[in-house]
Design a protein around this ligand. Structure first.
Ligand code: FSX
Length: 382
């Protein structure tokens, strides 16, 4: 794959920021956040805010094609509303997004020309949404071409390809059984180039931003795990940094969403939380200017950064997928190991699993039916 930095067009990001009135102080604040982000996970070289600022300021803006295929627009919303005072300013100025259905002013022939013109030159390709393959792809077409054709054409001159969102990564909800449109993710179609999978439904805005910034700063794609997710953002389980973790270890579980345990902020595992099986930086970055996140708001993690989560992790308000012959904590351990993969096993994971084993010895009362958000009452997983 060609060096992504080869595709820059003038002017440099630093010149752009200066022209836009973004101060060095604000830019350093953004770069400081990035430095902290890269320092949190594995797979990214450590760098100071000044180092990052210097590298980013020197690069020139890459041309970008940002496709939106079968999806709900949540990923672009997440990107645009990541919320930092200067983050969205900086991100938008990092890139020349020549084609994106949601934000571009052009329509019709003008939009199609923008896509064709950008595709003719080296560019970064970002894809939101799944690709329907059934029935000649009639379920998602752009300018009379199927999503598959548009994707293949857009990938030809792409110097880097990002699949952003669970839909683009694995097909997500659309690909769940019975998958009526034959939806697949980007890397099921693009086989001759690496695809960076930025997982989540939607991914955290800062994770999208940081992945783009990584591409701009380095001459290579970031190190990834077995699912092609950037290691710096997906090397830790939610369970390992969950603020409710102490309650898991103490055997203190919410059993229905209106009980005393829920009001006390206890562990959501028994109402279906998939945090023990899910790799994501959610507890650290959260959403909306660090305001909150699903578990913080009292909702179980649904595991949206994991492969085929909609088929594997539903019903969402039950404990982890049933594996006969194991207790719920043993099931968590088994699934956790299955998802860890050779490239992401680490001290934190071992520590988390050890705690699960300990917690298994003080397993909470079983057999109590769950009533959650209109679910039919059901028993615990066997
Ligand atoms: Fe999918 Fe994204 Fe979920 Fe929605 O573009 S990952 S349905 S948040 O919008 O693709």
């Amino acid at each position: 794959m060609a060096n992504p930095v080869d595709v820059w067009a003038e002017p440099t990001l630093g010149e752009n920021l200066a022209r836009a009135g973004v101060t060095r102080r604000d830019f350093l604040a953004f770069c400081g956040a990035l430095a902290g982000f890269f320092a949190l996970g594995a797979g990214a070289p450590r760098a100071s805010a000044e180092d990052i600022a210097d590298k980013l300021a020197a690069v020139t803006k890459p041309n970008v094609v940002w496709l939106q295929l079968q999806e709900c627009t949540g990923c672009m919303e997440s990107t645009l509303r990541s919320g930092g005072t200067t983050v969205e300013e900086v991100v938008l100025r990092l890139l020349s997004v020549n084609y994106n259905e949601l934000v571009m002013a052009a329509a019709g022939d003008g939009a199609n020309k923008a896509l064709a013109d950008t595709n003719a030159e080296p560019h970064i390709l970002v894809v939101n949404g799944s690709i329907p393959l059934k029935d000649d792809g009639i379920y998602c077409t752009i300018g009379g071409e199927s999503a598959e054709e548009v994707l293949r054409t857009s990938a030809e001159n792409a110097t880097a390809i990002l699949a952003v969102g669970a839909c683009a990564v694995w097909g997500s909800v659309q690909a769940s059984r019975p998958n009526p449109t034959g939806a697949v993710g980007v890397d099921a179609i693009i086989r001759d180039k690496p695809v960076i999978n930025v997982a989540g439904c939607p991914p955290i805005g800062e994770v999208i931003t940081a992945t783009v910034a990584y591409l701009l700063m380095h001459d290579d794609v970031p190190k990834t795990d077995a699912e092609s997710r950037p290691l710096f953002a997906y090397d830790q389980r939610i369970h390992d940094s969950c603020p409710r973790r102490a309650h898991f270890d103490a055997g203190q579980y919410v059993r229905s969403f209106d009980d005393e345990a829920a009001r006390n902020g206890w562990c959501l595992y028994e109402v279906g939380c998939k945090g023990p099986s899910t790799f994501s930086a959610c507890p650290v970055f959260q959403w909306n200017l660090h305001t909150s996140w699903p578990i913080g708001a009292g909702h179980p993690c649904i595991g949206c950064t994991e492969k085929d989560f909609f088929d594997r992790f539903t019903p969402f308000y039950q404990v982890l997928p049933n594996v006969r012959g194991f207790g719920v904590e043993a099931t968590a351990e088994k699934i956790g190991w299955g998802l860890v993969g050779a490239t992401v096993a680490g001290v934190a994971v071992h520590a988390g699993l050890t705690a699960i084993r300990h917690a298994a010895s003080r397993k909470s009362e079983e057999g109590e039916p769950l009533h959650a958000f209109g679910d039919e009452p059901h028993g615990k997983a066997e």
